[in-house]
Design a protein around this ligand. Structure first.
Ligand code: 3H9
Length: 708
């Protein structure tokens, strides 16, 4: 086994280097190695001080997250890093942590156990554990308030947001910023402090008195608002509060109790699943990491509407020059005005500087012609969701684009192969489905047509990262992963209102489940006209005689397109705040009466089960068909594209957590009540439930290999 911690000496200074690629996590062997190296330095008469540094691109990125699952399953004993870190603080010779890259979680806790911290100007430090449903568990909630004050510690531990080097210096977390060579700067610092009494954070209590009780009340109120339903931020606040009431060791005990409570929670399992999932979706079977990618230096977008405008901003935000083309001056002006307004709003909120806004706008070239398209490395079509229109656009760009230009469609549902057939180069065609607002939403659904080249797929996945997106690769079918699943989800939401629930009850039940917004609120945001256009394309797949939702089409006929027209399922004021609309309630009742649907009381539980299990059942079909590569691809699609609560891990992970047998039993009940066409359980769900397995364990690649 390679040494994870290396001990060397530069004259009178011991240098301890953590070398555990890729991020120097505190995996088994590292804390032990650290302790041993500290002892070695203590025993070495030549050594006056110790520098602790990370090899590679970063200091320590925290505990090894992969170990947590093993602890929860009982495979490994509970993790206790405290004694190891205590041995750093107890070192008789001053220890200086030298931070570059990131010192996160257990990494910052290690650095805070050292007597001093020097930091590279580009480095960041943070306690991001709450993002994994955890709290700092190696003294972070006790040491950070002693170094940075209670308010800063609350902010960092409860939000999980890192702070930059300058901020760390100002807060007292770092003692010095080192420009230039970090190791040499740290050694110079070590020589300055060698022989002096070293300060111990556990003994620094003066900063603990800057907190009044209301500080904690305020922090809790903020945490509840920010993370609806989340336990960890509240536990982190409790632990920091304990620092102000208990001696250090007692505080650490309280921290450990809270840490363990969080570690064994379903929220933490779900968030850790999402953490690794976000990284797993970039691994595509059959497309190795070293697949050639195209260099994307210039982009062009067709359409300056809501989607085209957002996509244009996304490219400009990533520093890529982009042409945006419209067919009429008025539409182009409107699109550019929206782009300017969006940027100006960010400047007004202090999220963007005026300079940055000007630079981004300078990267955008609005125009009515195809001039310059011949130089674009990628062209993204974002026109109306209609096959004939899209094919015409693709035929046009095929004539203009250079041979190695990627031709991407932002279609949210249409057949990518049919779109590609309008060109002479289907291998260069791919779906790049952005989510509205495209410059904000993190998901990019990359849709592979049957001819899409490997390099084109690899480029899209890599480009997404550059654009600040998380890309999920989907196969080509109507609606791909996201919208194919959303169809039955919205269908059930609409059936429920026809059966007796109010629009508000349906929205509220799913909101309380944790969705960013209820399904009918989402329909109003996305646009009932957009749903209608998709529905028209979808009609050919419908089976005669099978129940279908009736109200949305009527809303469309009434011109109630949702938020954009001030009315849809709800009424909206000038600030887009929704309210109950009696006209819609009446319309729903009338429609139900005419269709002979008996109205009844609908519970929140039924509402959630019908909507969420409709998602899960369709997800299982997508998984079996190979449209989604793995269950986690569906989960990430829903977390980043549809506001599914990350602390439930996505729809498929949620189903695994509930237990597939329970999900299947519920779906079978719905099948009895509402008929097999809508509710017959997906064969994969039946198979996994009966075998006592999970979606997460299902390996579609293996199945495919076994079948062939
Ligand atoms: C903690 O510390 C609890 C403590 O209080 C103590 C409790 C007792 N462990 O993100 P990347 C992997 S909780 C294991 O693509 P980047 C990652 O999966 C922890 N693996 O790189 C990926 O693997 P693969 C608190 C980890 O440059 C590879 O490293 N710390 C860990 O874009 C590269 O990662 C955190 O929450 C880990 N801790 O970003 C920090 N971290 O190549 C979590 C990463 O196989 N990490 N990996 O897919 C991060 O935020 C980012 O990884 C970081 C680098 C910013 C460090």
């Amino acid at each position: 086994m390679p040494e994870l911690v290396e001990y060397t000496r530069q004259d009178d200074i011991a240098v301890i280097t953590i070398d555990n690629p890729p991020v120097n996590a505190l995996s088994p062997g590292v804390p032990e190695g650290l302790q041993k190296a500290i002892q070695q330095a203590a025993a070495d008469d030549q050594v006056k001080a110790v520098v602790l540094i990370g090899a590679g691109s970063t200091f320590i990125a925290g505990a090894d997250i992969r170990e947590f699952g093993k602890i929860v399953s009982g495979e490994k004993p509970r993790l206790t890093l405290l004694p190891y870190l205590q041995s750093i603080e107890d070192s008789p010779k001053p220890v200086i942590a030298a931070i570059h890259g990131t010192a996160l979680g257990g990494g910052l806790e290690t650095a805070m156990s050292a007597h001093y911290r020097v930091i590279a100007p580009t480095a960041q430090v943070g306690q991001p554990e709450v993002k994994l449903g955890l709290i700092p568990g190696a003294g972070g909630t006790q040491r950070l308030p002693r170094l940075a004050g209670v308010i800063k510690a609350l902010e960092m531990c409860a939000t999980g947001e890192p702070v930059k080097a300058q901020d760390a210096l100002a807060a007292g977390i770092a003692d010095r910023i080192v420009d230039g060579d970090l190791l040499q700067g740290a050694i110079a610092f070590a020589r300055e402090v060698a022989g002096k009494a070293a300060p111990k954070t556990r003994e620094r209590n003066e900063k603990l008195h800057d907190a009044m009780p209301m500080v904690f009340d305020f922090a809790r109120e903020q945490a509840r608002k920010r993370g609806r339903g989340l336990r960890a931020p509240l536990a982190a606040i409790d632990a920091v509060e304990a620092a102000t009431k208990l001696p250090f060791d007692e505080g650490c005990k309280r921290e450990a109790e809270l840490f363990n409570e969080c570690l064994f929670s379903s929220q933490s399992k779900a968030l850790i699943h999402a953490f690794f999932g976000e990284r797993a979706v970039s691994r595509i079977p059959g497309i190795p990491k070293d697949t050639k990618t195209y260099d994307i230096r210039r982009a062009a977008v067709i359409g300056a509407g809501t989607m085209g405008g957002g996509i244009t901003m996304t490219y400009a935000n990533a520093g890529i020059p982009v042409i945006v083309k419209e067919t009429a001056q008025e539409a182009l002006d409107r699109g550019m005005a929206t782009i300017r307004k969006n940027y100006a709003n960010s400047v007004a909120k202090g999220k963007l500087s005026q300079d940055a806004m000007d630079q981004r706008l300078a990267l955008i070239t609005p125009q009515l012609s195809y001039d310059g398209f011949e130089q674009a490395d990628i062209i993204v079509e974002a026109v109306f969701e209609n096959m004939a229109v899209k094919k015409q656009v693709f035929a046009e760009i095929d004539r203009i684009a250079k041979p190695d230009c990627i031709l991407a469609s932002n279609t949210s549902s249409l057949d990518v192969d049919e779109i590609a057939s309008a060109t002479s180069r289907p291998q260069m065609v791919i779906g790049n489905h952005f989510f509205s607002p495209a410059h904000v939403m993190k998901l990019l659904e990359v849709v592979r047509g049957k001819a899409s080249g490997k390099e084109v797929i690899a480029t899209s996945m890599a480009l997404a990262k550059r654009l600040g997106k998380v890309a999920v690769l989907a196969g080509n079918c109507f609606g791909f992963i996201g919208n194919r699943m959303v169809a039955p989800y919205l269908r059930e939401a609409q059936f429920l209102v026809e059966e007796g629930a109010s629009v508000e009850q349906v929205n509220d039940a799913l909101y309380r489940f944790g969705m960013a917004m209820g399904p009918l609120a989402m329909d109003d945001l996305a646009g009932i006209d957009v749903g209608h256009a998709i529905h028209k394309e979808f009609e050919r797949f419908e089976k005669p005689g099978v129940r279908k939702p009736l109200v949305a089409d009527r809303l469309y006929e009434m011109g109630r397109y949702g938020q954009k027209t001030g009315s849809g399922w709800s009424k909206y004021d000038a600030n887009r705040k929704p309210s109950h609309d009696p006209e819609v309630a009446e319309l729903i009742e009338k429609t139900a009466r005419e269709a002979g649907i008996e109205r009844r009381q609908v519970t929140s539980e039924e509402t959630v089960d019908r909507c969420i299990y409709a998602l899960v059942n369709e997800g299982a079909r997508l998984l079996e068909e190979g449209i989604a590569l793995r269950a986690v691809d569906i989960d990430i699609t829903y977390i980043y594209g549809y506001g599914f609560p990350a602390w439930r891990g996505g729809p498929m992970f949620h189903a695994d957590t509930v237990g597939l047998k329970n999900v299947l039993a519920c779906i079978r009940d719905f099948e009895k009540q509402h008929g097999p066409y809508l509710w017959s359980p997906a064969p994969l769900l039946v198979r996994l439930a009966e075998a006592g397995q999970t979606f997460e364990s299902f390996d579609q690649e293996k199945e495919r290999t076994a079948r062939t």
